[in-house]
Design a protein around this ligand. Structure first.
Ligand code: ADP
Ligand code: MG
Length: 330
């Protein structure tokens, strides 16, 4: 494709998402210019997706654009932040690569743009370079001063909640890799969870001033709840039987008895929220109002580590079951 770097930026990435009033200058100059609203803290986060590591080469480009932004928005959700601005570091394997056609770029930009509009985040800049296909997005969001939801505030006695259904994306990946098979009807929600994760922004914002600790589940429940425990100096006791499971996960468990996709699978992008018991009715009411499934799965306890009561009655430590790029994940 004979498109220069500057044509490419102008054609596909010059104005994705809304144009909020706080944005004085977007893509095209040396920097974007933003005028922060008074009384707000700025939340910043970054995530990178690398081909072969985070997505398969044959991925649908619009799903890739969506997911690259969604995983970042999930971090804003876990902080209770309102999405504001994003920057995009795009590494493309040569503009003459057979895959990176104008249609591919347009679909990628469209996937990103659609989610940017529905969540109110503006793409204000980035960098474009040549190399192995990877997408790095940095997001910025606003939170009222001092209100950001941290990992460090959980206290013994707090209730532990998770949103949505865990394990759907991890089982979707098994399907895509041909490691499991099921009917089309069972497979559809799993592949949807894998390719089109939905950041729980409204729930995170509703949890402000209610939750004591929060994290988004990207590396598996055990690992991510473990981060809350370490940051808060507490332990967690959860009950596997309380987790919400869709029909495909129930079938998977009946066939394999393998809970690792649910307790340690990655790519859920659901929220794990800890909440003092006196705030829990308000949190549950907010979830109902938002039509967002939210399930109490256990309690924060004195001590350390995450322990899970399994349906067979055994107590299993979960902390090291998550995904770590620098470990052999077997
Ligand atoms: P500079 O050389 O001054 O760093 P660049 O040539 O890298 O600027 O980028 C020109 C403009 O295009 C800048 O405003 C930059 O933020 C924007 N930009 C570059 N790549 C992207 C991208 N992938 N998505 C969005 N904006 C981009
Ligand atoms: Mg410059």
């Amino acid at each position: 494709m004979a498109l220069s770097e500057f044509d490419l930026i102008a054609r596909y990435f010059s104005s994705l998402g809304p144009r909020p009033k706080t944005l004085l200058l977007g893509v095209g100059d040396d920097c974007a210019l933003i005028r922060p609203p008074p009384g707000m803290d700025l939340a910043i986060s970054m995530d990178t997706l690398v081909e072969g590591r985070h997505f398969l080469p044959e991925v649908d480009p619009s799903a890739l654009g969506h997911k690259a932004l969604a995983v970042n928005l999930s971090d804003l959700a876990a902080m209770g932040a309102k999405p504001a601005f994003a920057t995009l570091g795009l590494t493309l394997p040569g503009l003459d690569d057979v895959r990176i056609t104008p249609d591919w770029l347009a679909a990628f930009a469209k996937g990103l743009d659609n989610l940017a509009h529905t969540t109110g985040i503006a793409l204000v800049g980035g960098d474009t370079t040549r190399g192995p296909l990877s997408i790095c997005i940095q997001v910025h969001g606003w939170i009222k001063q001092g209100e950001g939801l941290r990992r460090s505030g959980a206290r013994p006695g707090d209730l532990i909640y998770v949103s949505g259904h865990l394990g759907q994306a991890a089982l979707g990946l098994k399907l895509r890799l041909g490691h499991w098979q099921t009917s089309h009807a069972m497979a559809q929600p799993l592949l949807e969870a894998l390719d089109w994760p939905q950041p729980r922004l409204a729930l995170g914002q509703a949890a402000l001033q209610l939750a004591s600790g929060a994290i988004d589940i990207s590396d598996g429940l055990g690992a991510d709840l473990g981060h809350i425990c370490r940051a808060s100096g507490v332990g967690a006791s959860i009950d596997a039987a309380r987790l919400r499971l869709g029909p495909a996960l129930k079938l998977w468990l009946a066939q394999t008895h393998d809970w690792s996709v649910i307790l340690g699978g990655g790519d859920d992008y659901e929220l794990c929220l800890c909440c003092p018991p006196e705030q829990s009715p308000a949190l549950e009411a907010a979830a109902i109002r938002l039509k967002q499934p939210l399930t109490c799965i256990g309690r924060i306890v004195e001590g350390s580590g995450v322990h899970c009561l399994m349906p067979n009655g055994s107590l299993q430590p979960l902390e090291h079951s998550g995904f770590d790029h620098f470990k052999d994940n077997g």
